[in-house]
Design a protein around this ligand. Structure first.
Ligand code: GN1
Ligand code: MG
Length: 357
């Protein structure tokens, strides 16, 4: 943990409407996209400061607008609100000429996030809060939300980018990734049966992996979702699948020891019970597709990681050269495990979730 009194970051904070002080900063090295710092005052954590990756998020204004719009719905006794601190000119983000776009959010004390579900309570709570988020946003006006990354979870687009990366990749990379490339091609064919045409579009979070859920350290209840950059239109099975790939799998996303990758049925079932605890909010068609969400999401992330590996790591921040390939192989391994559980998951969602009439 490195805590410092970084001069540049302190200068940057002068642009926000907060007390003028010398703050301390602790870098948070999670996440593959943005730069994140915890802002402390005399060691006491107050804010989360983030630089939004403008290379990935081209429309930061639209993105911040999506977050602000969603916040208007996310007020509920069973959901903890996060506050966006305004700039001196009453904006929800600050644009610095040299370093780009910054935002400042309230830090919720005594909280934690988990990379994996270690027990069924965590899985239940994850299901409950993902369901609550969707229930609260169900009435949101979709046309107010901008597609900040158009076609983010669009498989034909990701397939095209994958094919292009194969064309330009170095021969040795194609060889190292040979098995992953074949698995990708086979699975792309299998997933062609997915049909979104009967599903309602919703305002989704679009990155509901478990460590984007904040838990209270006091009673281990899930409080809210964090990392709201990708709030935009989508289908519920996206958010479902992203949660399941991290809740039912107790291994890390870049786990190299594939013996550790598992599909834990008790955790899957607990997540479904958590979803259902909100009461009915999904249509029958949405429920029917959920098991495929648990295959689709790890697969599309694995495919994007593979593409980025072949492109020499131009999208994700990597901490070592082959991290994207490791992520891909681990995600594909889980995809395969989820594929084998389709029938089981179909049974569980059918028995466990009541469709909204
Ligand atoms: C990226 O940086 P992070 O962890 O918030 C990615 C998500 C993936 C995630 C992990 C905009 O998010 O889609 O779930 O890595 N976000 C973007 O694989 O690409
Ligand atoms: Mg994210």
């Amino acid at each position: 943990m490195i805590v410092n009194k970084n001069v540049e970051l302190n200068e940057l904070l002068q642009n926000f409407s907060i007390d003028r002080k010398t703050y301390e900063f602790q870098g948070i090295n999670q996440g593959y996209i943005n730069d994140t710092y915890l802002v402390l005052d005399n060691q006491y954590p107050l804010y989360i400061l983030q630089r939004v990756n403008h290379n990935v998020f081209k429309d930061v204004h639209g993105l911040m607008g999506n977050i602000a719009n969603a916040f208007q719905h996310l007020e509920d006794e069973n959901y903890t609100a996060i506050e966006l601190l305004k700039t001196e000119s009453d904006n929800s983000y600050y644009k610095d000429k040299k370093t780009g776009y910054w935002r400042l959010m309230s830090y919720i004390n005594n909280t934690t996030a988990y990379d994996n579900a270690t027990d069924t309570n965590i899985a239940f709570e994850a299901g409950r809060v993902v369901g609550k988020f969707h229930q609260l946003l169900a009435e949101a006006a979709l046309d107010k939300y901008v597609d900040t990354i158009p076609n983010f979870h669009n498989l034909p687009l990701r397939e095209k980018q994958f094919e292009e990366s194969i064309q330009s990749a170095k021969a040795e990379k194609l060889e190292t990734a040979e098995n992953a490339i074949s698995f990708a091609k086979e699975t792309l064919e299998k997933l062609k049966i997915l049909d979104n045409s009967k599903l309602p579009l919703r305002v989704c979070h679009n990155d509901t992996k478990l460590n984007n859920i904040l838990f209270s350290k006091e009673d281990n209840k899930a409080l809210c979702l964090i990392d709201l950059d990708t709030i935009m239109k989508g289908y519920f099975y996206f958010d479902f699948g992203d949660a399941i790939r991290t809740v039912a799998n107790t291994a890390a996303e870049d786990e190299q020891d594939h013996d550790k990758i598992t599909f834990e049925r008790p955790l899957f079932e607990a997540f479904i019970r958590g979803l259902e605890s909100n009461g009915p909010f999904l249509s029958k068609e949405e429920i029917d597709l959920l098991p495929w969400g648990a295959v689709f999401m790890p697969f599309i992330h694995g495919l994007r990681a593979l593409t980025d590996y072949l492109n020499d790591n131009i999208y994700y921040k990597v901490s070592y050269e082959n991290q994207n390939l490791d992520r891909c192989l681990s995600l594909f391994n889980f995809t395969n495990k989820a594929l084998q559980e389709i029938e089981y998951m179909t049974q569980v969602v059918k028995e466990g979730l009541t469709p909204k009439v």
